[in-house]
Design a protein around this ligand. Structure first.
Ligand code: ADP
Ligand code: MG
Length: 757
């Protein structure tokens, strides 16, 4: 099922040192330019780069080198359940550094602000005059400029080396302009005096800007830590130790040392250490951490258990079948991480804007300076306005707007048992018009049972024996039902020969020398059996009756003669009708898709309130049906059990696999509803809507500050209203915009999977 080419590999780099979205786009461009890289995508919010590359042409070392040359750090992220500790320590140290600088900056800035109040026309009585001494101000401003603000210079220099510019460039340029201008007025006051220029020092401007941006980044870093909370929670679910039984002895060992095949004892209240199958004992397990389903599930010998779920009442022994990075939990963590790192199409716009923004802004700033100087003749004012433009224009909130919401949204999904594979599925799910539901296994339990056996010219027991023998090798739920029924009434089954299954139609095999066929009406026709013989006529009414009751009737033929009919009934999932209603309430058109007979399908659809039924669709036609709907302008979600519906899941705009997250299901779908609870469809769509709405709000917050701020700072409104933007307010607005974007994204954590009624 893997779609990637064999030659291509993917790795995730954990990046360090990025300060804004423009850094992310720099790294992305650089990585994409490395020969042998097929596709690199950098996510600013997760601080990760996903790189698809040709292992014959390029390796980890070269990729790391490319990033390091840009002035950032890169480390490969392990594929197992990631251990976040090293990064966490790093992050904490970076936070502490940021905090120290922000604190010192704040202290010095406050003094500088107070000292400059009189110049702003707010004379403070009792303020000591020595505070106005420009030399003292120079002394106070210099550490802020170069110690607190060092990272901006560093970032600016590094990107300049690659002929690029980013947010650091803007801040370094803006604050340097204010600072060095002030230094000049301090050093050469006579020059300004002689040329009748106002020799105002603007030390506080640059100091306050640097401080505000640092405080903004500090708040941002704190909030960003919270967006990855979901992953941390998932990882934290893992048991630390396992009680393994080796050589008849119970041993407590660290969970990392458990091997496939180990026998493990789990007591009440303990966490299941890894995936496996129960060998002995019985218990109720709370699997909500994996499936989102809060009702405990009773399990006994032969039943699978999932690592990280909680054992409630009994104790049991199980054999480990998957450990380490193969466990369901590790797979989920990996998928969520991938999804969090993926880009929603809506973000491409923001990325493009970010890449072109900075050079344009520098241009606007130069223009502002020139025009103001020329028109007004006041260098100071011209300079201050140009600084204002540089500061307000930083595109950093724009870069955060989409990825932070995606991170919180996908993390939230995982908490509700909804695995979203990539950000674009979330975005598409927002636009859905139609939900196509597979019948068997999706709307119904998928565990049918035999309700009727009618033979014609044949002994009923014998008919069942032949039928069940043929179905022994069938994977189909109908087959399993027939076999179970036969075994339950005590029939021993012979071994079939020349078994052949025709997908979506039926099966054929030779049992004890006679050819037996079981399948749909269409199957009889395709196999060239005489429809219209006496037996067929005798059973036709029964078939119609069963079908009108929503049961599936399959024909059994022996030696090319119709010999009987078997009626099979599947029960609807208890909340099927409610879920259909909820989907319709969301404004979605609900369609049922099934390979089953039309009459049966209709009988099931009707009480559910589904008007549109696509019945008697062969497995290979299912994808075509979806395509037809798409051709008619619908945006389609397909919900299926994931194995035989795989092509349709892949064809749909959003494929939702219902089930326990088998590899095939996860592979073919965009969204996996782990618990198999239909409610997940509604929750997934609601979550998508909430996430996309959140992104739009974020983009608004990000754009509004920038787009209103730039003309204001450039002084465009000045001739009409006298409005100008003090660069300090520019810095404040910028810090606010990042913080408001993050705060808004974190609001998504409150999303709740509401039980629909
Ligand atoms: P669905 O789309 O509901 O999952 P399928 O496409 O798997 O249904 O099967 C369609 C129809 O083909 C069934 O309703 C049944 O009539 C017939 N069929 C398929 N496989 C078998 C089988 N193993 N035994 C009997 N009938 C079968
Ligand atoms: Mg099915």
């Amino acid at each position: 099922m893997t779609t990637t080419l064999k030659r291509q590999k993917e790795l995730i780099l954990s990046l360090g040192g990025m300060s804004c979205a423009a850094c992310a786009s720099n790294i992305e461009q650089t990585l994409n330019a490395v020969p042998g890289v097929c596709l690199a995508s950098v996510n600013f919010a997760t601080e990760q780069a996903a790189v698809q590359y040709d292992p014959d042409r390029v390796g980890l070392i070269q990729l790391q080198q490319a990033v390091v040359e840009l002035g950032f750090s890169a480390r490969e992220l392990d594929n197992g359940v990631p251990d976040q500790d090293p990064e966490r320590a790093q992050r904490a140290a970076a936070m502490a550094r940021l905090q120290r600088k922000a604190l010192l900056g704040s202290g010095l800035s406050v003094i500088l602000m107070v000292a400059s109040l009189p110049m702003m026309g707010l004379p403070l009585p009792g303020l000591p005059t020595w505070l106005h001494d420009p030399w003292l101000q120079l002394l106070l401003a210099t550490p802020v400029q170069f110690w607190c603000g060092w990272q901006f210079y560093l970032g600016a220099i590094q990107s300049f080396r690659h002929r690029r510019a980013n947010m650091n460039t803007l801040i370094a340029l803006g604050t340097s302009a204010a600072y060095f201008y002030s230094v000049t007025t301090t050093l050469f006051p006579r020059f300004f005096y002689e040329h009748q220029l106002a020799a105002h020092a603007y030390y506080e401007t640059s100091a306050v800007i640097i401080t505000l941006i640092l405080v903004g980044r500090w708040l941002e870093a704190r909030a960003r830590g919270k967006t990855s909370e979901a992953i941390r929670k998932l990882i934290g679910l893992q048991a630390k130790t396992a009680r393994v039984i080796r050589d008849q002895q119970e041993l407590d060992i660290p969970v990392e040392r458990v091997q496939v095949g180990d026998l493990i004892l789990v007591r009440p209240g303990e966490t299941v250490p890894t995936d496996g199958e129960i060998v002995e004992g019985q218990s109720a397990l709370n699997e909500s951490v994996i499936t989102g389903e809060s009702l405990p599930v009773t399990k006994g010998p032969g039943d699978p258990v999932i690592g990280a779920t909680l054992n409630q009442s009994g104790s049991f022994k199980f054999r480990a079948s998957r450990v380490g990075k193969d466990t369901a939990l590790a797979q989920i963590v990996r998928l969520v991480q991938q999804a969090q790192g993926s880009k929603a199409p809506i973000q491409r716009l923001a990325d493009q804007v970010t890449a072109y923004f900075v050079p344009v802004v520098i241009g606007v700033a130069v223009l502002t300076f020139g025009v103001w100087w020329w028109v007004n003749g006041d260098v100071t004012l011209a300079l201050i306005n140009a600084v204002g433009v540089l500061i307000i224009a930083c595109p950093c909130a724009l870069g955060l707007a989409t990825p932070t919401s995606i991170m919180v949204g996908t993390g939230k999904g995982a908490e509700c048992g909804i695995l979203v594979k990539d950000a674009s599925s979330l975005e598409v799910a927002y636009k859905l018009t139609t939900v196509v539901l597979d019948k068997t296994g999706t709307l119904t339990q998928g565990k049918p049972s035999v309700v009727h056996v009618e033979a014609c010219n044949y002994d009923g027991q014998e008919l069942l024996r032949l039928a069940a023998a043929v179905e022994r090798h069938s994977e189909h739920p109908i087959g399993r039902a027939i076999v179970e029924h036969a075994l339950a009434v005590g029939i021993t089954l012979p071994e079939p020969q020349q078994f052949e299954a025709i997908a979506g139609q039926g099966i054929r095999a030779v049992v004890a020398g006679v050819t037996v066929r079981i399948g749909s009406q269409r199957f009889l026709g395709e196999e060239g059996l005489p429809v219209g013989a006496a037996c067929y006529a005798a059973l036709r009414d029964l078939k119609h009756r069963l079908e009108s009751e929503g049961k599936t009737a399959v024909w059994v033929s022996v030696e090319a003669q119709v010999a009987g009919l078997i009626g099979v009934a599947d029960t609807l999932k208890p909340n099927a009708a409610r879920v259909v209603r909820a989907l319709q309430k969301l404004g979605l058109e609900v369609v049922m898709l099934t390979g089953d007979n039309r009459a049966t399908a209709q009988a099931i659809a009707q009480p559910l309130g589904i008007q549109q039924v696509l019945a008697e669709v062969l497995p290979h036609q299912k994808a075509g049906k979806i395509q037809q709907l798409q051709g008619a302008g619908r945006i389609v979600a397909m919900v299926g059990d994931g194995i035989n519906d795989a092509p349709a899941l892949a064809q749909a705009d959003v494929g939702m696999a219902i089930g326990t997250g088998t590899d095939v299901a996860i592979e073919a779908s965009n969204i996996t509803l782990i618990s198999g609870n239909l409610q997940g469809i509604v929750t997934a769509i609601a979550l998508s809507r909430a996430t996309i709405r959140n992104i739009r709000q974020n983009l608004f917050f990000a754009f509004v500050y920038n787009s209103l701020g730039i003309p204001l700072a450039a002084g465009l409104f000045y001739p009409f209203t006298g409005w100008l933007l003090n660069p300090i307010f520019g810095a404040l607005a910028m810090a606010l915009s990042s913080v408001s974007v993050l705060t808004n994204a974190l609001r998504l954590r409150q999303f709740q999977a509401r039980e629909i009624g």
